[in-house]
Ligand binder design. Structure first.
Ligand SMILES: Cc1ncc(C[n+]2csc(CCOP(=O)(O)OP(=O)(O)O)c2C)c(N)n1
Length: 541
């Protein structure tokens, strides 16, 4: 233990990085500091792990989020104790709310001074702070625990309802020599886990409630499926199931694209639509797949569930409902049901599905009349599997309901926690995970400035990334809701920088467009440009 700091290649930090590599981690996002530089030093000796350095820890954690949503694997970020963690906190909150598997590796002091903060980067109580942000924190008690802590954390991130986890490593351990057992323990654990970073496939076991669910499916007259983000990796099984039953489908924002928009039974992603609410009320049965039935999807008018509801979810914490709740993986369970329902006569053949779909899609919307033209231009240009990473803004709200997503896991929206500043860094994460897919960020002028410094990251790594800014010179959504609620508005006007020049100052390409035709030209050009392009839309107020 305790030898020359700079010559050590078998440090606890090396054991940590080696273990992450064995567990399938290929990218880490973060910011180095004196309080975690042992980890960064060890990365030099593990060229298979790519390090992407952000300009703010919130950006690093959002990048890990975007990486996770795009790849289906755990996103990993490295932050220093104290301010590194508090900067990342909001993004961890978003990942928790949206069930995104993240691992935050954060340093700490070996002896926490709970209640005092005299040491550099020390917090009053870091572990307590973490407990309010993540599913579970693994505090490394001895240097020998490093391998098992990382493995346990990665497994926890994907177990049940996915979410963020943290590993707190005392910074006193980072640069000391790892005991032989440390490496051994890591190797053994690594070998037994094919990839802790991915949800492991276990043999399908019929859930005990399956029989009841199948009875409801056999007897029902109008099956309606609500598909949520928890079914993203089970798209094939969901579509087979829907086809077998000829069930109508509605999706949440997170579930967009799981059943392609072009599928004739898909009514879109608008649970609030009047026709959809009516349909849900008379569904028989209603089948909820991988959705928590979140208030953020339902808005102000929660729809009550019919008695005949089947709920399939890995989450163990979801509240009870009438009907039957099954805690199991969506994919294998649906595959088994589809086989068992082989003789079912399709239900909806008498319904005029096309009419219902048209009525649902025609419902009047509140956004400016220019919005659909821009979304249509995007849809005409982007590939079917293009990843659209949204912030909270007018264009994105409209896109939830209107953008025709045709591939699963391609529409990201920070719906659960509703954090402004998500889109740019999360798009950088998605771009790192999926270099062969198109990735586009959509921001408002307000939200963009919450994380615009990450233009530097996109430029530094030469990322081909169009960043669209809907510039209505205001916190438009807030202006609209406040005007509606109070009949007047204040502090919603924004004095923005010149976005085109801002982009150029960062080494990105910048353009301003004034109509969908110009937008089409610039978006097409941005998709083939090697670096990032900021496209400012001169939007109506
Ligand atoms: C971190 C954070 N702070 C505040 C809010 C509240 N908020 C929600 S939408 C919004 C306005 C966003 O403005 P902009 O990005 O310009 O989009 P627009 O509504 O104008 O289209 C604000 C301030 C939030 N969602 N997140």
């Amino acid at each position: 233990m305790g030898t020359t700091r700079h010559s050590l290649t078998n440090s606890v930090s090396h054991a940590a990085i080696g273990q992450l590599q064995r567990l399938g981690v290929d990218t880490v996002f973060g910011i180095p500091g004196v309080h975690n530089q042992g980890l960064y030093d060890a990365l030099i000796d593990s060229p298979d792990i790519r390090s992407i350095v952000s300009r703010h820890e919130q950006g690093a954690a959002f990048m890990a989020d975007g990486y996770a949503r795009a790849s289906g694997r755990v996103g990993v970020c490295f932050v220093i104790t104290g301010p590194g963690l508090t900067n990342a906190a909001t993004a961890l909150g978003e990942a928790y709310a949206d069930s995104v598997p993240l691992l935050c590796v954060v340093t700490c002091y070996r002896e926490p001074l709970v209640g005092r903060t005299r040491r550099l980067h020390d917090l009053k109580n870091q572990s307590q702070l973490l407990s309010g942000l993540v599913k579970e924190t693994f505090r490394v008690a001895t240097p020998q625990d490093i391998g098992s802590a990382l493995e346990a954390a990665l497994q926890k991130a994907v177990a049940g309802r996915p979410g963020p986890v943290a590993v707190e490593i005392p910074l006193e351990f980072l640069d000391i020599e790892a005991e032989p057992e440390t490496a051994l323990a890591s190797a053994v654990l690594g070998a037994t886990s094919t990839s802790g970073a991915r949800r492991t496939q276990t043999a399908y076991q019929e859930p005990p409630e399956s029989a009841e669910a199948l009875q409801m499916l056999e007897a029902g007259k109008l099956p309606v499926v609500i598909v949520g983000g928890g079914a993203t990796r089970a798209a094939g099984q969901v579509i087979d199931f829907v086809d077998r039953l000829q069930a109508l489908v509605v999706s949440t924002a997170a579930g967009k694209g799981i059943v392609p928009h072009r599928h004739p039974l898909n009514l879109g992603a608008w649970l609030k639509a009047t026709e959809v609410q009516k349909l849900i009320a008379r569904a028989d049965p209603l089948i909820m797949l991988g959705t928590e039935w979140s208030p953020t999807d339902l808005g102000e008018h929660p729809v009550s569930l019919p008695a005949n509801t089947i709920r399939l979810n890995t989450d163990t914490d979801i509240p009870p409902i009438s009907g039957v709740t099954i805690r199991a993986e969506v994919g294998p369970t649906l595959a088994a049901w589809t086989l068992k329902l082989a003789q079912r006569k399709p239900y909806t053949d008498q319904m005029n599905v096309a009419n219902l779909r048209a009525t649902t899609l025609r419902e009047p919307r509140r956004w400016p009349t220019e919005v659909p033209g821009y979304l249509e231009a995007m849809h005409n240009i982007l590939a079917q599997d293009a990843i659209i990473v949204n912030d909270m803004n007018t264009l994105s709200y409209a896109a939830v309901e209107r953008y025709p997503s045709n591939a699963p896991g391609t529409f990201f929206f920070p719906r659960g926690y509703g954090t402004l500043g998500y889109a740019l860094p999360a798009a950088i994460g998605a771009r790192s995970a999926c270099p062969d897919q198109q990735v586009v960020a959509i921001c408002g002028d307000g939200g963009f400035l919450f994380s615009s410094e990450e233009l530097a990251t996109a430029a530094r790594y030469g990322m081909n990334l169009p960043i669209v800014i809907w510039n209505n010179h205001s916190f438009g959504a807030i202006r609209a809701t406040r005007s509606a609620a109070y009949g007047r508005s204040v502090d919603d006007d924004l004095l923005n920088p010149d976005f085109v020049r801002l982009a150029e100052a960062y080494g990105c390409h910048g353009v301003r467009v004034t109509d969908p035709a110009g937008f089409s030209v610039e978006l097409s050009a941005a998709l083939v440009r090697s670096g990032p392009t900021l496209i400012e839309i001169d939007a109506p107020l």
